[in-house]
Design a protein around this ligand. Sequence first.
Ligand code: T3D
Length: 265
Amino acid sequence: MRTDFQNVLVEQDESVVTLTMNRPDVLNAINTLMLEELTEAVEAAAHNDVIRCVVLAGAGRAFGAGQDLTEFGSAHAGSQPLKVSEHLAKYHRLILAIRHMPKPIIAAIQGVATGISLNIALACDIRIAADNARLLEAFARIGLVPDGGGGYTLPRLIGLGRALEMVMLADEVSGPEAERIGLVNRCVPLAELDETTRALAKRLANGPTRTYQLIKELMYMSLDIDLQASLHLEGQLQEAAYATADHRESVDAFLHKRAAKFTGK
Ligand code: T3D
């Protein structure tokens, strides 16, 4: 996949790819170019069969400071007002690419993660935060509603009451508190963030990738359907899982008392 982006670093280590938002001077605030590049990189990772786990990270001392507000400032000052729906459609493409990623995707969060940057992390499957993380839904601070899927993901992760409080007050949540309320899966000391993320990514990349895709479909779809529909879906997806090479391999490995070797197929 392309590695020559201006605002996104792409580093591949065997079957794990790390996409790092790379504008550290402005805490990785997302401008139009970064959004386009990140979307292209995420979509490329989805279609690359060698890659079996994706990590999303931020360069420097932050995960991301949200939308680049200088772009909003220029739009407000200019004669051409921002076409919000067109602008947001680009973010929506990214959020859907993350959500439909056919392999695990992890967000590694250090320092500030705010606004649309936080909501991009919330679209990922698993979040690991450093103990210096500062997570906030800053939208109301600048008179906006949460976008980038935050209205969907946030209450599902932490419950409606906490989500409303977090969005309306726009106060910072620390890494340890984020772990306590389920906003992130795990909070680790900053010095251990890279290694913890790498170990988790490797473990997932060596797992049954096709089955993970089916698991994601079952879990995410089941958020929006009733039990009967979920049971029906589970039946269809189990048919597909039953047919995978990894299922056969792991049963054979069990019967022969050896470790399974997953190919992701
Ligand atoms: O487009 C859409 O519809 C999607 C909508 C998205 C909306 C959002 O994403 S809402 C959230 C927008 N982001 C913010 O409101 C955050 C603005 N930034 C801050 O409040 C603070 O910078 C932080 C609390 C994030 C961090 O504070 P601190 O003291 O650690 O750092 P700093 O000194 O403020 O920032 C460092 C530099 O980054 C600074 O530049 P300078 O002065 O060194 O040249 C600052 O201006 C720049 N920066 C930080 N955030 C942004 C930014 N530049 C552009 N856009 C930013 N969002």
